[in-house]
Design a protein around this ligand. Structure first.
Ligand code: KIV
Length: 264
């Protein structure tokens, strides 16, 4: 026991994959730096994602399409310095995996920065890139449904799977990613019945965000869970803490105490 916690072994991609057959739900969260990675890891989160949501929740971009490889590497290095027991996955940013060669080169760069798996958005249309990444021995985490890197093309964050053609395409994409060797996949803003159907048709865990309760796990952007970003209002997440409000209160109390000292 160290500081009240039992020593736990490193989580691997295989362990995340097997959680489904063991009937264990996967709770995943995002982190972009050393302290958040350490805190999530201490809390026992088994899968931590340095997501390209970084662009919106840390870097102040309007969407994730502006995030660069250099920015991802910088934040992956910071998160990896926490040496988490959790599997540390990182997002390949927009346009960093358009060709097989780019996908492999950039996946290797994220691994060199300290990631242990990479995630990219898409299904059959990126399957050659996915296979090439896995052939390099790099664990791959899929992402289907609403694909934030395509928000400008599709014109918003829209729920996927409402029409039959989308429903069938999602099922085919999920099966293709499973067959290619992905260890798990995110389902973002997929209708709950379609997310449930995908979950029963593939053997790897589906990790939902805004996709209902029928997935094999859930992932959230940690600042959304903690109520750190009151200027974003999201339907799929109810903050469990009002961190922004508490920070404002503490900061003004402290400011007041400093100003009173100066006048005394
Ligand atoms: O970028 C990100 O944080 C993500 C999660 C929302 C799954 O892709």
């Amino acid at each position: 026991m160290v500081f009240g916690m039992t020593t736990r072994s490193k989580v691997t991609d295989d362990e995340i994959r097997q959680m489904k057959s063991l009937g264990r739900k996967v709770a995943a969260l995002t982190a972009y730096d050393y302290p958040m990675t350490k805190l999530l890891d201490d809390a026992g989160i088994p899968l931590i994602l340095v997501g390209d949501s970084l662009g919106m929740v840390v870097l102040g971009y309007p969407d994730t399409t502006h995030v660069t490889m250099a920015e991802m590497e910088h934040h992956v290095r910071a998160a990896a310095r926490a040496q988490p027991r959790a599997l540390l996955s990182a997002d390949l940013p927009f346009r960093s995996y358009e060709t097989v060669q780019d996908a492999v080169t950039n996946a290797r760069r994220l691994i060199a920065a300290g990631a242990e798996a990479v995630k990219a958005e898409g299904g059959i249309e990126i399957i050659d890139q996915v296979k090439a990444i896995i052939a390099e021995g790099i664990p791959f985490f899929g992402h289907l449904g609403m694909l934030p890197q395509h928000v400008l093309e599709v014109g918003g964050y829209k729920v996927q799977g409402k029409v039959e053609s989308e429903h069938q395409r999602l099922l085919q994409d999920a099966k293709a990613l499973e067959q290619a060797g992905a260890f798990a996949l995110v389902l973002e803003l997929v209708t709950s019945p379609v997310a449930g159907e995908i979950s029963t048709h593939i053997s790897i865990p589906t990790i939902g965000i805004g996709s209902g309760k029928l997935c094999d796990g859930q992932v959230l952007v940690t600042p959304d869970l903690l109520g750190m970003l009151p200027w974003f209002s999201l339907k799929h997440v109810k903050p469990r803490l009002n961190a922004a409000e508490q920070m404002r209160r503490v900061v003004s109390e402290w400011q007041e105490s400093v100003c009173q000292q100066a006048m005394a």
